[in-house]
Every structure is written in C-alpha cells, then in structure tokens.
Write a protein that binds this ligand. Structure first.
Ligand code: 5GP
Length: 188
C-alpha cells in the first residue's frame, strides 16, 4: 500500500483528529455551564492550546494577505483614526512627528506601537525613500524614549513587520516596542 503523503486527505483528516480539542474536565465544566468562556491558559489541555495556536496563526496570515491586497487603495487605516482621536488609544509618548500608544492586543507586558503622524507614502518600511530619513530616525529614537518611560531599558525588542509574509496587518509604518518579559530567539 502506498505511504500517505503530507497532502493526502487521509493525512489531513488524521492530523485534524490528532489536534482538535477534546473534552477535558476543564472544558467540560465550561460546556456544562452553557457559556462560551475562554478558559485560563493553565486549565487548557496542551493539544487544545496547540490547536488554538495553529488556527490563530492561519487567521493571522490570512488577514495579513487581505490587508496587503488593500494597500494601494490609499484608504485611511485604523492608525489614521487613532491619530485624529476618532478611535481612542492609550498614548505613552507624542511629539510633532511621532505618536506612541499601547497595542490593543499586547504580546508582552509592555507592547507599544510607534507611528509617524504623517504617513507620506510610508505604508511599510520597504516604501521608504531618502525624504523619510529624518522621520525614520525619529521613530527609532522614540523607541528608546518609550523603553525608558516604560522601565524596560535593560532589555526590549523593536520589531517592524514588513509585508504579508511578515504578517504586517496595518499599512501605516509602525514600530512595535516589546518588553517586560524574557524574549526568545528566533522569533516565530
Ligand atoms: P502589524 O501586524 O501590522 O505589524 O501590527 C499591527 C498592530 O496594530 C497589531 O499588533 C494590532 O494588535 C494593533 N492594532 C490593530 N488595531 C488596533 C487598534 O485599533 N488600536 C490599537 N491600539 N492597536 C491596534
């Protein structure tokens, strides 16, 4: 009999069965309570966490591809609405060129986004031109200022996701400043 290949329906079905969440005492209690509650991480069986991790990663990649497809529309992004205060945010630093505010979905105890107030074509770092050199320097310097203000100067990470394959989801250049926990390398 031919061996199953990674792409065969049998392989996919058995992988799904191996990874899908099964009933555990913790999620049985949640089901019996009749409510959809996100259980505390410690109560979730390891295979359930792995399943969630995989589905989250797939969602993230799909939404990054969808965002990349809209880039050239020139439409305002969510960050334009944050700059205009149409959407509230928690600002941690601001000057005439840059705005720094807390990420709505923090990936570390400190997770701050730093953006140029004028996008000026900087949908992503790959679109940078000579005229952007000053603002790029200001953004990086602001990362250092934010790290100091947040008390993470001894160890922090600055990330720029560029393009769909790096899972960029908002096409207004932004730096992520992350800290307050031990970072791992390589990143995912
Ligand atoms: P990217 O995936 O493009 O590198 O990062 C975009 C970031 O923007 C994500 O970390 C996401 O959580 C954050 N974000 C998206 N929408 C909002 C929002 O409405 N408010 C805030 N504060 N952050 C947001």
């Amino acid at each position: 009999m031919a061996a199953a290949t990674v792409s065969s329906p049998w392989f996919l079905l058995s992988s799904y069965r191996a990874l899908r969440p099964r009933t555990t005492p913790a999620n049985l209690i949640l089901r019996l309570s009749g409510r959809r509650i996100r259980a505390p991480v410690g109560l979730i069986a390891p295979h359930t966490r792995l399943f969630r991790h995989i589905t989250h990663a797939v969602d993230e990649e799909a939404s990054a591809r969808a965002a990349a497809a809209r880039v050239d529309s020139g439409a305002p992004t969510i960050f334009d609405k944050i700059i205009s205060k149409e959407i509230p945010s928690t600002v941690v630093y601001e000057d005439d060129k840059v705005l720094a505010f807390r990420d709505i979905n923090p990936q570390a105890p400190v997770h701050v986004l730093i953006i140029p107030k004028q996008r000026d074509g900087l949908t992503e770092l790959g679109k940078a031109d000579h005229r952007h050199e000053e603002v790029l320097g200001r953004l990086l310097y602001a990362a250092k200022v934010v790290a100091e203000k947040e008390g993470i100067s001894e160890g922090f990470r600055v990330v720029i996701n560029n393009g769909a394959s790096a899972c960029q989801s908002v096409y207004h250049l932004h730096l992520h400043v992350l800290g307050g926990r031990q970072m791992k390398w390589p990143p995912g």
